[in-house]
Design a protein around this ligand. Sequence first.
Ligand SMILES: CC(=O)N[C@H]1[C@@H](OP(=O)(O)OP(=O)(O)OC[C@H]2O[C@@H](n3ccc(=O)[nH]c3=O)[C@H](O)[C@@H]2O)O[C@H](CO)[C@@H](O)[C@@H]1O
Ligand SMILES: C=C(OP(=O)(O)O)C(=O)O
Length: 509
Amino acid sequence: MGDDYLVRIGRLIRDARQHRGWTQTHLAEALGTSQSAVNRIERGNQNISLEMIARIGEALDSEIVSLGYSGPMHLRVVGGRRLSGSIDVKTSKNACVALLCATLLNSGRTTLRRVARIEEVYRILEVLGSIGVRARWVNGGGDLEIVPPARLDLDSMDMEAARRTRSVIMFLGPLLHREERFRIPYAGGCDLGTRTVQPHLTALRHFGLEITATDGVYHAEVESEVRPGRPIVLTERGDTVTENALLAAARHDGVTVIRNASSNYMVQDLCFFLEQLGVRVEGVGTTTLTVHGVPHIDRDVDYAPSEDPVEAMSLLAAALVTESELTIRRVPVEFLEIELAVLEEMGLDHERSPEYPADNGRTRLTDLTVYPSKLKAPIDKIHPMPFPGLNIDNVPFFAAIAATAQGSTLIHDWVYDNRAIYLTDLTRLGADVKLLDPHRVLVEGPVRWRAGEMMCPPALRPAVVILLAMMAADGTSVLRNVYVINRGYEELAERLNSIGAQIEIFRDI
Ligand SMILES: CC(=O)N[C@H]1[C@@H](OP(=O)(O)OP(=O)(O)OC[C@H]2O[C@@H](n3ccc(=O)[nH]c3=O)[C@H](O)[C@@H]2O)O[C@H](CO)[C@@H](O)[C@@H]1O
Ligand SMILES: C=C(OP(=O)(O)O)C(=O)O
């Protein structure tokens, strides 16, 4: 069977590639490999892993080759192992998706450096590809090059991919400058209860955008004479609504003032990127942004989004719950300062290197070494606030950390309707987590973790929290259907294994 099997797979790959009208070089670039490697694979002269077949299937969008990848992915975790060594933080999901949407502002070529290879990015790339935007991975697969077409083909939009992310809502801001009439599906994302889009619609109405929603689709119409006559006051200090207002303001021929703006990390990355496009933004890092728009943007630009504070928090939590000494490199510390201050009060023992700039030249990074720490519960409740508060996406990690601490910790997740509820899944791994109401849980520590088998909760951060608890629990645990984790973390299992975890990936075929 051996060689024959490779030849048959090679033919399937060649057929799928030709069906897409791609050259071997084109496929090689998408995979971050060489043309000669693709040639060997297609001739059956190269041993090929299941993972590679899956990547080829994904790149070629081919059902036949993606067989074996289409089933859900699960994790088998052998817990109770200490982590050690060091690990780098990747770029953030939330900045990367905003920047991908922002490329729609530019007629020129955009190169984004070290874009996180995560499902959320793949979904937005699928949507962009379906409307005619050319995107390809370059420089060994680390960077993304994006070139929009002269005219977008919005009728061909991949609605299924679009529906799986909330980020597609950020198409509204750029598109209102390109089209008078268009439609996008209702925004998806994590299942965290109702997430309003009303603040987006209220903000974008200042630019003439009117939306009617029917049958799961937003129908947008733009009255191009309508222009913001006065400052836009956001009704919520949300991240994506601020980004949408910025994206709309970027190509408005004039000055737009946005008040009650989020100053969070992804918004800052977007502002730095807009500056590269020639759009001046005053007030970055504050809640009032003044945008000097440019009606036509046609520049070849190169931008390096910054590291993900939420991934940094995830790795910090991994070290704490497994009682490990671990160095987390490239931590965007200005977006983790409150978390660190709270953890220090709880007894966190850590060291920070001198700060250095991220590749965007603006964000401050540090290398953080975490030592096994004897933690006690905080005196006050843990609760999020818009930046510069404790990051909303970091709250769930405090549940796992609080479980290892002596005493009771109240966690008040006022933001999301469903998220605190998912934290009670930790009880199945031995933690004492009581749901006081849909927004508040009481965690009693210290825990004695035990292994378990469960489905991933349908929310990114609670899902990772469960994974971390499994890594701390002696014995073998199974976490099923981890798409939601892959939405926001690049090769998390492999990277955790590189610092001492034992996590095996397996799939249903
Ligand atoms: C792609 C992206 O960047 N996603 C992030 C972004 O989503 P995004 O900006 O889309 O978040 P939402 O607009 O859904 O806001 C989250 C929740 O907070 C509530 N809210 C928000 C601000 C406010 O001043 N008052 C208020 O009540 C909203 O009603 C909603 O229930 O921000 C969220 C909150 O930081 C993060 O969890 C997401 O990871
Ligand atoms: C809630 C999150 O993301 P999204 O806005 O993509 O659903 C998250 O990153 O935790």
